[in-house]
Design a protein around this ligand. Structure first.
Ligand code: ZN
Length: 409
């Protein structure tokens, strides 16, 4: 367990920012730098079948130490950090015995991590916090997960008295740009189910996420001299405006929470001749999700009737709620819940207002709930992780291996 912190600090020191505009896998060469280090480390701690494929996906095996057949399970974390904020030259600060006060991240820039703004900090009073220096993100999302999985495997290697079945681990590139699962070889992984260690605060256990689609609405107009435009001009800007006015005004991210879905318009550009709207649809409920897509079609149809055939609507599904794939094998959530309870961790089961690699993997045949990695305030300079939460994540992984072997007949 002593290696957990040094490991984590070493990983966050390697810039692994992914790039949504790149077409290659991994999207950035630099992710391979961490990948190579992890391959070496997996060998060092005695893992078997260590492999890295042409796309940078790493897999390894901890062999079973039991006679009896038990299910092969897996643990997965991602190596990249978000393109939204720099992960270059990460210089972590370690705050021992956090006193519950303000943490000055950067004196010169007056950047302060304060419980006034982030009250969750107070639950970590007395613990060791790892923060940024205020100029970069930390990368606990998800290098905490990577360090925790490796440390748990090392722990199991060193404690053969803990009986477990065959354990598979995987580290993936490009999760932050939605492509972490795309080239994941589920068959090669060969686990009956798995867990991503990619959640936030201690206790999080997630098996529900949004159904997600994106939509583009292209509107063609007709420009005519405004003085002579009567019954001739078609102004694409006005049609775009009408389109937006027909969406439910309260079903937007800033007015919804829990299981409430939304439309989120994130881009609009327009001239008289042409306008374009980009939006995303999110909903946990499959029927509501379909109804939202239908609403867009209805609005496009209505406006086409009124203005002629000037509107082109294109909807693409992005990912689906994993709940339907996890519910039939719900014991995989229960094992994680029991693992947490046995360690005095209160499980926090809540629907994710987003997606995970696990949702895609679940639909690829590998049911895959998400477990906390311990960090807070992902994707920005206020990101931090309590060391104690990371240690608990390691213990949860170990317990899940142990309980799977005991409980499954
Ligand atoms: Zn993540």
């Amino acid at each position: 367990m002593e290696q957990l912190l040094p490991r984590f600090l070493e990983y966050v020191g390697i810039d692994t920012q992914s790039d949504p505009y790149s077409k290659s896998t991994p999207s950035t060469e630099k992710q391979l730098k961490l990948a190579k280090k992890l391959v070496t480390e997996l060998h060092t701690i005695g893992m078997e079948e260590v492999s890295i494929d042409a796309n940078g996906y790493i897999m390894a095996t901890l062999p079973s130490n039991m006679e009896k057949e038990v299910p092969t399970i897996g643990f997965i974390a991602h190596m990249d950090t978000t393109p939204d904020f720099t992960g270059k030259n990460v210089s972590p600060q370690i705050i021992k015995e956090y006193d519950g006060g303000d943490i000055v991240l950067n004196k010169g820039k007056e950047i302060v991590l304060s419980p006034d703004y982030f009250p969750e900090l107070l639950q970590y009073k007395g613990q060791t916090l790892i923060t940024t220096d205020g100029t970069t993100l930390l990368g606990a999302d998800d290098k905490a997960g990577v360090a925790e999985i490796i440390t748990a495997m090392e722990y199991l290697r060193e404690h053969p008295e803990i009986k477990h079945g065959k354990i598979r681990v995987a580290f993936t590139p490009d999760e932050e740009i939605g492509r972490g699962a795309h080239k994941f070889d589920v068959k090669k992984f060969g686990a009956e189910w798995a867990y991503t260690i990619d959640g936030s605060q201690i206790g999080e256990l997630e098996f529900e996420n949004f159904n997600a689609a994106s939509a583009t609405i292209k509107i063609k107009g007709k420009s005519v001299h405004p003085g002579y435009a009567k019954d001739k001009m078609v102004n694409a800007i006005h049609i775009a405006n009408q389109f937006l006015s027909l969406l439910p005004p309260n079903e937007v991210p800033e007015k919804t929470e829990g299981r409430e879905g939304f439309f989120h318009v994130h881009k609009i550009k327009g001239e008289i001749e042409e306008a374009e709207i980009e939006l995303i649809i999110r909903d946990h409920d499959a029927q509501h999700f379909e109804a939202r897509k239908q609403l867009l079609k209805d609005i496009a149809g209505k406006l086409s009737d009124r203005f002629g055939d000037f509107i082109e609507l294109n909807i693409e599904n992005q990912y689906f709620n994993m709940r339907e794939k996890v519910e039939p094998v719900f014991h995989i959530v229960e094992i994680a819940e029991e693992a947490m309870k046995s360690l005095d961790i209160e499980p926090i089961l809540k629907p994710i207002r987003g997606g995970t690699d696990g949702s895609q993997l679940s639909f690829m045949g590998l049911p895959c709930p998400n477990i906390f990695a311990g960090g807070h305030n992902f994707h920005g300079k206020y990101e931090y992780v309590p060391l104690e939460s990371m240690q608990k994540a390691v213990e949860v992984i170990v317990k899940i291996c142990e309980f799977t072997a005991i409980q499954i007949k």
